[in-house]
Design a binder for this molecule. Structure first.
Ligand SMILES: *Cc1c(COP(=O)(O)O)cnc(C)c1O
Length: 353
């Protein structure tokens, strides 16, 4: 067809499966196994549906922005809120990566980055992680059009110490550096304090993992007011009302309940420590994880085989048919009970009891 010449062609991102049957143990998309803070359910029950006839407020003018600003001790003009961090990151790619020079990110990382670069026609270069899956900061010293990496990195779970994050930010003062902190609450040190010192740093976080609200779609970026207003200008040039009223209201409760939040993060860290011991016993090796998942490889059984056999047992983990990582499984930390079911299945598959 003639019109096909004028189509924007892109290979879309493939998220982990969302099986629709019951009874599945879902350890494949890094969702939180615990429910959102109790206040979220209360606010949902009390919601005044009548007002849904109105357009929602601009996110930066809402209680949610105020609550996040108070929690992180920054100004409300230093936060951009979007429909999950995927929306925030897509907006950031569109806003900040307009150079003819390539944007740099690791070869093994969140597999959405190259998709956004492709859809917005942004040139990019993947910088190989070293043999231990570490980011080599020296690779990020060449001229570029911007830098993005997750910390902890996905899907490895490896945390880069803050001094090395700062090294990359300070070596790239002429471009925007985005640190994607989707997993920072599970034991990492956030780069957020560096936004005072560096006007080129954007820190992105999400409600999807540590705040148990993947289904609500809330993400946010933090940086100096100038960066945030550039993001807002682009966002309001695309769609004024991306955040729905429900998300704006319920999100507030998740931020307010700091006690519940810390309890959940601690439970996941405890279960992760237990998983390290169990997986080691079962013959797996893995880098130390600072996220809510473990990136593990078995010493003798191929990852693909384990992945398929676990699925037959209704246990879903993530596996990629990709160079360098095709013998690894990314296993989300679930509840203690879910993890115990996983260890039982793995002992069958890997021949240990
Ligand atoms: C999960 C994840 C995101 C996106 O999460 P949202 O649900 O869109 O907030 C972004 N970056 C990384 C590295 C992730 O793992």
């Amino acid at each position: 067809m003639k019109w096909e010449e004028n189509v924007r062609r892109v290979t879309p991102y493939t998220p982990g499966e969302q099986p629709q049957k019951n009874g599945v143990i879902k350890l494949n998309t890094n969702e939180n196994p615990y429910p959102p803070a109790p206040g979220v359910a209360r606010a949902a029950a009390a919601m005044d549906v009548e007002k849904l006839r109105l357009y929602p407020a601009f996110p930066e003018k809402t209680e949610l922005a105020k609550e996040l600003a108070a929690y992180y001790h920054i100004g409300a003009d230093q936060i951009f809120i979007g429909v999950g961090s995927d929306d925030v990151l897509a907006m950031a790619f569109m806003t900040f990566f307009q150079s003819d020079r390539p944007v740099f990110f690791p070869d093994i990382t969140y597999s959405f980055y190259d998709v956004w670069a492709d859809v917005y026609k942004i040139p990019y270069e993947r910088k190989p992680l070293d043999g231990d899956f570490q980011i080599r900061t020296e690779d990020y010293r060449q001229k570029n059009g911007g830098v993005i990496f997750p910390n902890p990195n996905a899907p490895t779970g490896i945390l880069m110490p803050l001094d090395r994050v700062e090294e990359i930010v300070s070596a790239n003062r002429d471009v925007v550096v985005i640190v994607d902190e989707a997993y920072i609450d599970f034991g990492g040190t956030s780069a957020l304090p560096l936004i005072e010192k560096y006007d080129n740093l954007l820190v992105v976080q999400t409600f999807s993992k540590s705040r148990s609200m993947a289904g609500m779609r809330i993400g946010y970026a933090m940086g100096q007011p100038k960066l945030i207003s550039c993001l807002n200008d682009v966002k309001y040039a695309v769609n004024s009302y991306t955040m729905n009223m429900t998300a704006l209201e319920l999100g507030v409760e998740a931020v307010r309940d700091t006690v519940y939040f810390e309890e959940c993060c601690n439970k996941i860290k405890e279960t992760r420590a237990q998983a390290e011991r169990e997986l080691t016993r079962l013959g797996f090796v893995f880098p130390k994880s600072y996220a809510n998942f473990i990136f593990a490889s078995h010493k003798s059984v191929p990852a693909r085989e384990i992945f398929e056999r676990l699925k037959e047992n209704d246990i879903y983990v993530r596996w990629w048919d990709k160079k360098r990582i095709d013998n690894y499984l990314r296993i989300t930390i679930g509840t203690k009970e879910q993890m115990e079911a996983l260890y039982r299945a793995l002992s069958q598959i890997c021949g240990k009891t």
